[in-house]
Design a protein around this ligand. Structure first.
Ligand SMILES: Nc1nc2c(ncn2[C@@H]2O[C@H](COP(=O)(O)OP(=O)(O)OP(=O)(O)O)[C@@H](O)[C@H]2O)c(=O)[nH]1
Ligand SMILES: [Mg+2]
Length: 561
């Protein structure tokens, strides 16, 4: 797998300098990573990164002029003996009873004041802090000024507290000198539980084979070779390996020189933290992966979501009502005036859904904050179709993401599900369905209908007046003739027939226009519902994808040595 950790150079870099600014930039990148994934990935996976950020910040803020070196190893390997030999004082008791050292002892080369904050943070009790500063040998010891040497308890202890103390301190110190002896240098505990775990800290690791005097001189190189082979297996290829004898100053020269170099370089703290960043990045790599994710859900998934939202919002019911309302209103405006009044008595289909009724009045804005319409609630099938569509959006968006992320994307897609019904209802209520305007042709046809009806009424009145005069024996009206038909009769019959004819001719036009009104409303509603989907489903998904991209970039920056 070509992961980010793989790209971190896995070679011994003991002689490479770590730039403090570059390290701080890497730590900032880890911080950015944590901010990006906050609330999206399980906290348990992020503990090492949080610990690193906190520890590194503190260590860098504390003295960088001091180098904290720990002597770690199995009981009886000679840690305390080496500690005392380096300090040239009997500071830490050496004993035959095992284990001997139960609490960490510290020896500071140089004034204690500057080192005290560091030792407080590391957690060495004041009564176990010593100063290696004497007027007599000050010059000899100058090369070690700034060294804080720690004598740790044994890590393979029968005492659980010793192991806990060692594990705690190994997470804080700048450099570790692993002390092994000829009898136990191949023990599994030290290799499996400790040295192997430190393979990303090779450049702050030093191994000494102590008690070399117990071996026949000819045997020493053979044991060192064997130990080197084991260290290679542990992933510690290239780390400095020395033979020491704590009882003989001549057997300490190599170790002392190595410590002097470490102190002079002032690099151990930075290298240690750089190794910590490598370890944390390698642990996080799996959570982020290297694939570039899609920018968001694909069009097919979005279309599916919009369809499901439209169904759940009751768009089909509304558009059908729009078509019927158009017919209702058009017939009321253009129909034969005699039956128009009766038409108006019937309720408007949109009114029944509490949608804008005749005259285009909108729903009350106060009402529209809550469910505003009486559009039927979504059926179980529509609800489940919506659930599936949301899931499909999340699945498609998260398709390329590593295993830790699809869950976060799905949660984001569903995060505002509870608000969707109200939002959809408000949108439906607030959408201009396009029925506000009374088309001009309605008015023209309506006017024609009034004219022809008026003609019929005039004809009827004329005829009634003629009959009345005749019945009273008065002189009859002089009826002009239209062809063979008297004018009043022509007006009455012509008016009636024309009214019916106009109504019959208008009907198919009304039906066609109603279908168009429905299509227009459908388009508007679908667009508005899609906006709701964008705001309530797609935007949260895009935010998570954005966080993923940020996390990925941040981790890449953190991996850069
Ligand atoms: N011959 C020889 N004996 C040594 C050497 N280093 C330590 N010893 C002896 O080994 C025994 C254990 O030494 P310590 O220094 O107490 O060992 P330690 O690693 O501190 O042990 P704990 O405190 O129990 O973890 C003592 O008797 C020392 O005198 C050495 O280089 N050569
Ligand atoms: Mg000891």
């Amino acid at each position: 797998m070509s992961n980010i950790a793989g790209r971190v150079r896995e070679v011994f870099r003991g002689d490479q300098r770590v730039d403090a600014d570059a390290l701080i930039a890497r730590l900032d990148a880890v911080r950015r990573f944590l901010t990006a994934v906050d609330g999206l990935l399980p906290d348990s996976d992020l503990v090492p990164a949080h610990t690193l950020v906190e520890r590194a910040g503190t260590r860098l803020a504390l003295s960088r002029d001091h180098t904290v070196v720990a002597l770690a190893g199995a009981t009886g390997s000679g840690k305390s003996s080496l500690f005392n030999a380096l300090a040239q004082l009997e500071l830490s008791p050496v004993g035959v009873r095992r284990p001997t050292t139960g609490v960490t002892h510290a020896c500071v080369w140089g004034p204690l004041e500057g080192a005290n904050h560091l030792l407080d943070w590391i957690g060495v009790l004041p009564r176990h802090r010593f100063v290696r500063e004497s007027a007599l040998d000050a010059d000899d010891e100058t090369a070690l000024h700034g060294l804080i040497l720690l004598d740790l308890p044994d890590f393979d202890s029968v005492q659980r507290s010793h192991r806990l103390e060692v594990d705690r301190l190994l997470g804080l110190v700048d450099q570790v000198v692993w002390v092994v002896d000829p009898q136990k240098y191949a023990d599994r505990v030290i290799h499996d539980s400790y040295l192997r775990e430190f393979h990303r800290h090779r450049d702050v690791t030093l191994v000494v084979l102590n008690q070399a005097d117990r071996l026949p001189p000819a045997e020493v190189p053979r044991v060192l070779d064997d130990l080197r082979r084991l260290l290679d297996t542990d992933g510690l290829t290239g780390v400095p390996l020395l033979a020491t004898t704590a009882l003989d100053p001549a057997g300490m020269v190599g170790l002392r020189d190595a410590l002097e170099r470490t102190v002079a370089e002032r690099q151990a703290a930075l290298r240690r933290l750089a190794g910590d960043v490598d370890t944390v990045v390698a642990g996080l790599d799996e959570l982020v992966g290297s694939a570039r994710p899609a920018g968001g859900p694909d069009d097919a998934a979005i279309n599916g979501l919009n369809r499901a939202l439209a169904g759940a919002a009751g768009v089909p019911a509304v558009t059908e009502a729009v078509e019927r309302a158009y017919r209702h209103r058009a017939v009321a405006a253009t129909g034969w005036p005699v039956v128009r009044g009766w038409r108006r008595l019937r309720p408007d289909p949109l009114r029944r859904l509490h949608l804008p009724g005749p005259g285009g009045d909108q729903a009350d804005p106060a009402e529209s904050l809550v469910a505003a319409t009486s559009v039927p609630d979504p059926t179980a099938a529509q609800r489940s179709a919506l659930g599936l569509a949301i899931r499909a959006v999340a699945d498609r968006a998260a398709a390329d993401l590593p295993a830790a992320w699809p869950g976060a994307v799905t949660s984001a897609a569903r995060s505002r599900l509870g608000d969707l019904p109200d939002a959809l209802d408000r949108t439906i209520a607030g959408t201009d369905l396009g029925l506000d305007r009374r088309p001009l042709w309605w008015r023209i046809v309506g006017g024609v209908q009034w004219l022809v009806t008026l003609a019929a009424v005039v004809g009827l009145g004329w005829l009634v007046l003629g009959y009345a005069l005749r019945a009273l024996g008065l002189p009859a009206l002089d009826n002009p003739m239209v062809g063979q038909v008297p004018l009043p009769t022509a007006l009455l019959l012509g008016g009636l027939l024309a009214g019916l004819l106009v109504a019959a001719l208008t009907r198919p036009v009304v039906r066609w226009a109603a279908r168009r009104a429905r299509a227009r409303a459908d388009q508007r509603l679908t667009a508005r519902v899609a906006q709701v989907g964008d705001e309530y489903v797609l935007t949260p998904v895009r935010i998570v994808l954005g966080s993923y991209a940020q996390a990925r970039d941040a981790l890449r920056d953190a991996a850069r040595r």
